[in-house]
Design a protein around this ligand. Structure first.
Ligand SMILES: Cc1ncc(COP(=O)(O)O)c(C=O)c1O
Length: 422
């Protein structure tokens, strides 16, 4: 085993036989620099976080000044300026009803908190029967126990744990007439047991970058409203302009009771997430009785450094015309990805906002290993997932870099085609 790995355990990685590993030494703009002198164009923004690119000057400056003042203070019984400011700015960016911000430290925990809020909302209203959730095929909401129980067990990477997890209800996203009828009937039959419905609006990320439409979200919204079920939008991946608007749901005539955000919240610098609720949800927790307050509180909640990074990131969203930049990226994806349809092993291509996807009929483990190696040879950091190659570059990626990403991928797939013809 490589000496650097002697005491490390990597995520979703078979450590047996892992004899080499890439080591990142520094980052800048769209690039990751390795210790072997190579630099890679990051096509996936460090797991979809580094939306402004790496080492943004403004964010760094704000983190440093906060570091000198106060790197951390507990959030129980105390608040601080960065969290107060960030909560106000976030609620201003959302629809006027989403206004109560609960900070956490990762996307998974922001979803865990959303689930707990939904359950406790009903408990506080005197209903202890509503303790299940409706979630959707291909959905992914995190790696913790509560969130694994609302991930697609096959596509969400957690099938090993199925005997450990709580049972919830998985349905197809109601896009077709048939699935819409099923959805309506299901909600009608089981709404007594259901606290809420959770979905990643417009794009299901880790489940395979599958797109869903505004009209489908509006349909779900209308159906469940009749039964007063809570709607949870998980925008951990789609938030902060990835799909072309600040939040994906803002492209629809629907709005959640609870919203989860994370990943790009700090511009890819520090770990911070949030669960944001409407006044209606929050009101169920106001009481003079015992145990009605929200029962959750992470130790590093609302870390001041992370909040200052998030405030700085929001400064950039105010200053830079990202809408225009993302439109350009989307147009390039829409045009250039079409070429990939000529490969018989490519099933589909699609693009939305700053997301480009090439879907294969099938990608084996060995195919993925081969592709990853080829990308590195071309100085690209892209990580194929399931049966897709996807791109989620930093919004500041320049045209040359984006072209390099797409042209190199085309060359790699041409090589694959040739190898298969031999
Ligand atoms: C939609 C969605 N929700 C939740 C999570 C979990 O976030 P984290 O990895 O920060 O715990 C992810 C991570 O990919 C995600 O894509």
């Amino acid at each position: 085993m490589h000496k650097d790995l002697k005491n490390l355990w990597l995520p979703y990685t078979q450590m047996k036989g892992l004899n080499s590993i890439l080591k990142a030494q520094k980052t800048s703009s769209s690039k990751i620099f390795l210790d072997n002198g190579k630099s890679l164009i990051d096509g996936i923004s460090s797991w979809w976080t580094a939306c402004h690119g790496y080492n943004n000057k403004h964010i760094r400056k704000k983190i440093i000044s906060q570091l000198n003042l106060m790197p951390h203070v507990m959030f129980g019984g105390l608040v601080h300026d960065q969290a107060v400011l960030l909560s106000k700015r976030l609620s201003k960016l959302l629809n006027d009803k989403l206004e109560k911000v609960f900070f956490t430290d990762s996307g998974s925990v922001s979803v865990e908190v959303a689930l707990k809020i939904a359950i406790q909302y009903w408990l506080n209203k005197g209903n202890d029967k509503k303790n299940k959730f409706i979630f959707f095929k291909n959905g992914y909401h995190g790696d913790t126990s509560g969130t694994m129980a609302i991930c697609d067990p096959e596509e969400g990477m957690h099938k090993l744990f199925k005997n450990y997890l709580r049972k919830n209800y998985m349905l197809n996203i109601p896009e077709t007439e048939k699935d819409r009828n099923k959805f309506v009937n299901f909600v009608d039959k089981y709404n007594d047991k259901v606290a809420g419905v959770i979905i990643e609006p417009l794009v299901q990320g880790a489940g395979g970058m599958k797109f869903n439409s505004p009209s489908t979200l509006e349909f779900i919204y209308k159906v469940i409203k009749k039964y007063k079920l809570l709607l949870i939008y998980d925008e951990v991946a789609t938030g902060f302009f990835r799909t072309g608007s600040m939040f994906a749901y803002q492209q629809t005539n629907s709005s959640p009771d609870i919203l989860c955000i994370g990943k790009a919240l700090t511009g890819g610098t520090l770990s911070l997430a949030a669960t944001i609720s409407t006044e209606k949800v929050f009101a169920a927790f106001l009481s003079s009785k015992k145990n009605k307050e929200l029962m959750h509180g992470p130790t590093y909640m609302a870390n001041p450094l992370a909040c200052s990074a998030a405030n700085a990131s929001l400064d950039l969203f105010e200053k830079v015309n990202y809408k225009k930049k993302i439109k350009i990226i989307e147009k390039i994806f829409q045009k250039e990805l079409e070429k990939f349809r000529e490969f018989t092993f490519v099933k589909q291509v699609r693009a939305k906002g700053a997301i480009g996807v090439i879907e294969f009929f099938n990608l084996s483990k060995n195919n993925i290993i081969w592709l990853r190696e080829e990308f590195i040879k071309k100085n690209i950091w892209v990580r194929p997932l399931k049966n897709i190659i996807y791109f989620m570059p930093p919004f500041i990626i320049n045209k040359n870099e984006l072209n390099h990403l797409l042209e190199s991928t085309y060359k790699i797939l041409s090589k694959w085609k040739k190898n298969n013809e031999k």
